[in-house]
Design a protein around this ligand. Sequence first.
Ligand SMILES: [Ca+2]
Length: 247
Amino acid sequence: MVSSSGKGHCVTEKLKEYSMRTRRTRNCDFVSGKRDVVNAEWGWYDCSSVCVRHSGDVKMRTWAAFLFLLGMATTAGAGVIWDESVNGNLSTNPDAPTPITFSIGSNIINGSCGNVSAQVRDYVAFNVGPLDTLTAINLLAYAPDNTGFCAINYGTTSVIPNGDTIGFFMAGLHISQADVGSNLLDLFVTRSVTIENLSDPYLVPGDYVFEIQQTSPLIVTYSLEFVLSGPVAVQPSTWGSIKALYR
Ligand SMILES: [Ca+2]
């Protein structure tokens, strides 16, 4: 089932391709750990640690197994991990977002932003670890009702959204009180107003920055729940289902 050609597929590199303004899956050389170059502007990407060797339809089956495990991933745990009224203001500097470490399960951030006292934007940097998946960014609260904007980008820093930088983001959307109860990852797929949009409502391993802003001269408060799912131990019954994918 394993290719001896030395070629493989960068599973966890998938979302990096958003920053390359393409969603095509690329091959990588399993031996050198380098990705094929299609757009010379971006050069090689080192994917040696995430390259999955495959041949033919094994690649698709690998993804099928990955998605199968994703569906069974753990979502235990819950809690407020940052409350601006307790922990202080989140960073308003795109060059230095507030780094926040998510735990498996629910990670709630309570904050506020608005065009008052230089609090227009909040920037949060987070990492989705190997084998983990960010499965939701639920908008739990947003008040008062005044249209705002939020966006996500790959990396550890961000930019101020404007006409010149809008292509930097993986996705971005306008939000209002009507979106309370929605998973913003779903809306990043279906309602993005930036050049790009997510093709799938989840984030694979990597570094990301989430930005939320209110440019009107008022303060809106918000509550966001980031849901991180981790891998589960493969039980005999689970493994049987995975094996079926390879028959
Ligand atoms: Ca804030």
